[in-house]
Design a protein around this ligand. Structure first.
Ligand code: ADP
Length: 474
């Protein structure tokens, strides 16, 4: 399979004529030759987005933009099997998860479609001789740089609100996982979005992502990915005085108290730590467990993890491979290092029956010291760590003791404790007695190194609108 860039509604080869290979994580075999976009292609894409913003797109009313996004949602839903198969091929995830991702994209588009004509300005009371009001105006051309873990989900998370707000967009998918974004852009055109409103430049971060952020016609950047790349993007955006929305991962502590509903917790950890092979910013991978229930909990986690099926995503196991050789080495490196100071309860290696493909068995480590690297850095693999505590203060200190601040979890039946911790835990989201709470409507994002800004919900749409104040002397 060979793919092109998607610029001004057309598939075009990279100006350099170059392509690069992407690989199937389950087989390690090449699956596509993808256009290797560079600065010239970024320039063409941004100019197309700029022309669309100042041309046809500006004439479309907010309500009509909403209807176009609804039509796109319908087309995405109608192509669920195809999009899910692309996502599974690129990322390795089980098909049922990929289908769930596509459902999430549909919900995101519907939510933002509904918001398109409901973003209202304000009137400001300044007395009898002045009328003052605000207009919410779209930023213009926006850049969207997304990671490989939820290629379509992360793209839709920022494209949905950007398009609803009236911006145009250039999307740079991750180099490992470009296929679903290209198909999505084709569906957007089919839905009736004018050519140039959504453009896709595939390629590497330095070659395609950096010129996109630096392009003089880009008016805002949304990025999801690693902390170092987020900082580099923020520095580039600072040179141009444009706003950034950054979501940079997490190391999410889940505080489990002795009075917690352990049945619910175990079920949530299976999903929260092993979905997408643990390659999730908001994974439930770092358990802080009150010592009196730790032995029981670890045994229950082990028993459940032992039942997890591992295999190629297309066969729909519980757990697929991780995305790349590099990621495979990294995850196993974390585990090998951690075994020096913690107890390996389950997994910890490639499953013996899967000699090829970037598979990692579901892994549980107990008695992990809070200062261990695996307890402080994002692993992005199917690995759960258990650290024991005896007092609430101690657990809070451990939870808040990393640079990250994306999500924190609390499992307890004590409502006062839960609400106290909701205030003291340093995270953009606190989830109590449940995981992956929120959906399209609730804002998410990080504090500290986990990022800047909030996505989803109405704050997500506001990222793409700027306030203009109009004052009139009567
Ligand atoms: P990962 O998510 O693999 O840890 P990154 O955060 O570097 O790594 O990648 C997330 C996205 O950022 C990808 O689309 C990648 O191509 C892009 N990217 C990487 N480096 C840069 C850069 N210097 N400028 C812009 N985009 C980049």
């Amino acid at each position: 399979m060979q793919t092109d860039l998607f610029i001004a509604g057309r598939a075009v080869a990279a100006a350099s004529g170059q392509r690069f290979a992407t690989f199937d994580p389950a087989t390690e075999e090449p699956i596509a030759e993808v256009a290797r976009g560079g600065a010239a292609d970024v320039d063409a894409a941004v100019r197309a987005a700029h022309a669309a913003f100042h041309g046809e797109w500006r004439q479309v009313t907010p309500a009509a933009r909403g209807r176009l996004l609804l039509r796109l949602a319908e087309l995405v839903a109608a192509h669920k099997e195809e999009l899910a198969a692309l996502e599974t091929a690129d990322v390795g995830k089980p098909l049922k998860e990929a289908k769930g991702d596509v459902d999430g994209v549909v919900s995101t588009l519907i939510y933002n479609a509904g918001a398109a004509d409901k973003m209202e300005g304000a009137t400001i009371p300044l007395g009898p001789s002045v009328v003052d009001f605000t207009l919410l105006e779209p930023l213009g051309v926006t850049a969207h740089i997304v990671p490989w873990n939820y290629p379509l989900g992360m793209a839709a998370r920022s494209l949905g609100p950007a398009l609803a707000a009236g911006c145009t967009a250039v999307l740079k998918p991750a180099e490992q996982t470009p296929l679903s974004a290209l198909r999505f852009a084709g569906l957007a055109l089919e839905a009736g979005l004018p050519p140039g409103v959504l453009n896709v430049v595939t390629g590497y971060g330095e070659e395609a992502g950096a010129p996109l952020v630096r392009h003089p016609l880009v008016r805002g950047v949304t990025f999801t990915g690693s902390v170092p790349t987020g900082r580099a993007i923020m520095a580039m955006a600072a040179e141009r005085t444009i706003p950034v929305v950054l979501e940079l991962g997490g190391k999410n502590a889940v505080l489990v108290f002795a009075d917690a509903d352990l049945d619910r917790l175990v079920a949530d950890v299976m999903e929260g730590a092993f979905e997408n092979a643990g390659q999730i910013c908001s994974s439930a991978s770092k358990l802080l467990v009150e010592a009196s229930v730790a032995d029981e909990l670890v045994e229950r986690l082990r028993a459940r993890a032992a039942k997890i099926t591992v295999g190629p995503g297309k066969d729909d196991p519980d757990l697929g491979p991780v995305v790349s050789d590099e990621q495979h080495e990294r995850v196993l490196g974390f585990v090998t290092e951690a075994k020096g100071s913690a107890r390996l309860v389950h997994g910890g290696a490639r499953p013996a029956d899967l000699p090829r493909g970037w598979f990692v068995a579901p892994t549980i480590l107990d008695r992990v010291p809070p200062e261990a690297r695996i307890a402080r850095e994002e692993v992005f693999g199917p690995v759960v760590t258990v650290t024991r505590f005896t007092a609430e203060d101690e657990a809070t200190a451990i939870a808040n003791g990393t640079g990250y601040g994306l999500v924190a979890g609390v499992y307890t039946r004590d409502i006062s404790r839960a609400l106290r911790l909701a205030q003291t835990l340093e995270a953009g989201s606190v989830w109590i007695n449940g995981w992956f709470l929120g959906g399209q409507q609730a804002p998410t994002g990080g504090i500290k190194d986990s990022g800047i800004g909030r996505e989803r919900g109405l704050p997500g749409v506001r990222n793409y609108l700027q306030v203009k104040n109009v004052g009139i002397r009567l």
